[in-house]
Design a protein around this ligand. Structure first.
Ligand SMILES: [Zn+2]
Length: 261
């Protein structure tokens, strides 16, 4: 059963407010820069919550953690300006640090209950081979916080809220394909605002990886019927997509079919 259709939930392109929880200061742009550009043009309210301080983003260089944190903070706001982010929340856990999922979940419950977005966006922590602890912990804590924020526990963290849907980027189980061809330049501009991460000799390779991946996703989208058949022409070669796993809150607990949703 398609729970989202059964519950008549809006498509992610139709939501009016979105809270994007990223492990590090550049993940939202990489995972969802196209979707966020579209939503911004449609007038949606976009809030960024960043879990870690990003201090490990420049390891090996002769620069203090305090300086790196400051640089990445500024870059995050510059990228957010390009995407139309209206509010930034920094949880400031140590990048790669020893914080726990439950600690992070509690912080997120408070944020969910205060921001009360229509949709939450984050990384997919159930991607096989996702080895980064911050990504694993963030995705799992966000999903857990969806459940906890809805019930009556932790009343000191605010009034309970039901956020109907969650969208995961960087997912191996996509069920939503978004055509971002016309937003590609803006997505790249937002990614490149993170100069400390991408203004280096690796950029041409990284760009190529992003580009080829997005092209592949578009083609996959056609094969799976997400994009119309009339797009099956030569232009398809240059069309680009982002993919998401979108789940209703009901599918986050005792719902093994969610993998196939
Ligand atoms: Zn990251």
């Amino acid at each position: 059963m398609n729970m989202r259709a059964f519950l008549n939930l809006p498509h992610i392109l139709e939501v009016k407010s979105i809270l994007c929880v990223q492990p590090h200061p550049d993940d939202n742009e990489i995972g969802a820069g196209g979707l966020l550009s579209i939503l911004n043009d449609k007038g949606a309210k976009i809030v960024f919550a960043t879990v870690t301080d990003g201090r490990r983003g420049l390891s090996g260089r002769d620069i203090s953690h305090e300086e790196i944190i400051k640089i990445r903070h500024k870059e995050k706001e510059e990228a957010g300006r390009i995407l139309g982010v209206s509010k930034y929340i920094d949880l400031l856990f140590e990048d790669g640090g020893d914080y726990s999922i439950s600690e992070l979940t509690e912080n997120l419950v408070k944020i969910f209950r205060s921001i009360r977005p229509e949709l939450v966006l984050t990384v997919d922590p159930w991607t096989p081979y996702e080895a980064h602890p911050d990504h694993q912990k963030t995705g799992k804590a966000v999903a857990a916080a969806m459940l906890v924020a809805r019930n009556l526990s932790l009343p000191h963290l605010g009034e309970s809220v039901t956020i109907e849907q969650i969208a995961f980027y960087s997912t191996p189980y996509p069920n939503t394909y978004i055509d971002i061809t016309n937003y590609w330049e803006r997505k790249i501009e937002a990614i490149r605002a993170h100069k400390s991460q991408f203004e280096n000799h690796n950029w041409p390779l990284i760009y190529q990886l992003f580009y080829e991946q997005s092209k592949k996703w578009y083609k996959e989208g056609i094969e799976k019927g997400y994009f119309e058949a009339k797009d099956k022409n030569i232009e398809v070669q240059e069309r680009l997509a982002e993919t998401y796993k979108v789940l209703s809150i009901w599918e986050l607990h005792m719902f093994p079919d969610a993998v196939f949703s």
